[in-house]
Design a protein around this ligand. Sequence first.
Ligand code: NOJ
Length: 747
Amino acid sequence: MRILPSLRRLVVSLSAIALGAALFAAPAASVEERVKELLGRMTLEEKVGQLVQYSSREDMTGPATASSIAPQMQSGGVGSMLNIVGAAETRKWQKLAVESSRLHIPLLFGLDVIHGYRTIFPIPLASAASWDLERIEKAERIAATEAAAAGINWTFAPMVDIARDPRWGRIAEGAGEDPYLGSAIARARVHGFQGDGSFATTETILACAKHFAAYGAAQAGRDYFTTDVTERVLREVYLPPFKAAVEAGVGTLMPAFNDLDGTPCSANPFLLDQVLRREWGFRGFLVSDWAAVEELRAHGNVTDLRDAAKKAFLAGMDVDMQSEAFGPYIAGLVRAGEIPPSRLDAAVGAILGAKFRLGLFDDPYRFSNEEREKTAMLHPESLEAARDLARRSMVLLKNNGVLPLRTADLTVALVGPLADAPLHQMGTWRGQGRKEDVVTVRTALEQIYPGRRLHYAYGCDVRGNDTQGIEKAKRAAVDSDVVVVAVGEDVYQTGESTSRTSLDLSGPQLALLKELNSAGKPIVLLLMTGRPLLLEAVEPLVDAILVAWHPGTMGGPAVADVLTGAYNPSGHLPLTWPRSVGQIPLFYAHKNSGRPAPLKQDDPYYSRYIDSLNTPSYPFGFGLSYTSFGYDRLRLSAPTIREGGAPLTVTARVTNIGKRAGEEVVQLYVRDRVGSVTRPVRELKGFKKIELAADESRDVEFSLTPADLAFWRADMTFGAEPGDFDVFVGGDSTAWLTMPFKLEASR
Ligand code: NOJ
């Protein structure tokens, strides 16, 4: 029996020598040539192997250990793995795949590197609030560099789902509610992860835009639930960030768990084939979400696992993450003539193409470098970038003058369950972030307010009903000049599978705030959260509200920077902040209706509530600074633009009318007054983040082209319609500075 493994090794080595001369092994040949030649050498089973992806996690279905998976690796039956981390560990599995299989095809190693690998950046919703594309891109590059050193060559990010329902916990993972902002951020993230797509350095890895599509439209905000989205809304709201990601060269996409117009996305030919491949020309490959192919059975559009494999694969799914559906069934389906061999070759060709581009055939271990792994993590510059992005992500919602806090002669009560909570500070999907790497708000403020100038008290839990610590917190408040109270959500309340029906502060956190309020000291609310939480009951109790989100490894120093004014806050909301759950979904780009909101709230028979205003607590795009900005002198280069003609230049003067330098997110919105279908009351069409010294004014220019005015018309063609428009410029989506213009048909 012992002779068998050595015999096998001999055969594999001899074949390696033979294959050394093969075209697919020649780095000088083009990727297309190499793919074609390799496909020609592969058996049907080896091709199917490329479609199979396993996780290493033992608590999940599927093979868990190297020994249990070895036979499948040896026969070329596995194409990629997920959740294996570390240079040594990935090297071990790569060695198994490359050395024991006939054609020595390397594995891809995927992981959810969502907002950092070891250096954890603010959650994606937070970084979207920075509106800072350059820094977002840089953060993803750092995440890619760290992950790549640990053997990861593929991240299941960016998540580009538009979300307009904060009951949905995964709102934390995206860029908010707006397709324009979402598309810009999608491009930045793809470029951050993938660079120019050549993977010439090991600072870039393959990205994956997910979850395709309309996953954020889950009915009632319940994760994984069904959607009911018209094709127009799908194309105008949910698809643009995916299209932007594809245009930015994203290598892979992940279809969403949900169904769409009755067909689960994982087996949806309209989405995966018609839109993605035919209309957008996508040439990469698709990976299913976890067990999503198998879940088609529960959706109820397939009869069994074989049928699920067939429908998903024919629709355009390429890699089966953890369903064990493609592995067992695709070869048989091809043999039975139910799947054309050309479809299999297209899928396998795209997967192999990615492996060639990543350089894995030339050096399967280029991403598994233990030396680099030692030095790549938590680099001082990476930590500084994390701190910088975190402070730029924070949104100041209220300030009656208590902020910034002076650093001399001040005693601070730091209170609340999230003030010293390294795990929660990292937020959902923490990659390989470690608690011990995190600098908490408490640690950071202790540096600034040493000794007895900082009174820390835990207060109460985020959840539960234990109120015992509240009294001590109140004493800390009484003994201090100002109270900073860090409340919000813990990591178990945000991210996947954490839908909520109540968006009130959970547990005794509101009781804590009330008690602190009775101490009579100014209160700064530090809201650490993965989504908007309702503030109507909270706002009157506090003097300032700073949304710090889940700010990551360097969140503590970033919070300290903002609280003390070392950094002047510049974040603006990437979503509308509702007053109540009853208003949801609430977003600024809504339709006008035939009975738009009344001037007087109690006018009946208008589109309104009898118990609430229509308006949000804080509008999309909103964010305060320690200075203020004035807008005037809105000008247009012409009153009219013409289809196919020169763009319209929109200029507004922005002035820093406060006493200190600050950054402003200057936003441009457009309204199309009349369309062949009803149009949103406003749509974001441009933004610029600028810095102005005190008293400084600047003309900020935007360029609007007729293409920017395009939409899905009544006949479902895409284009602009001549007519009257309004342009608005300002610091949030309620911008009042406005001028009309016309679009004329081309002559
Ligand atoms: C399920 C999630 O929906 C998806 O976003 C993630 O990439 C996969 N699991 C893999 O962890």
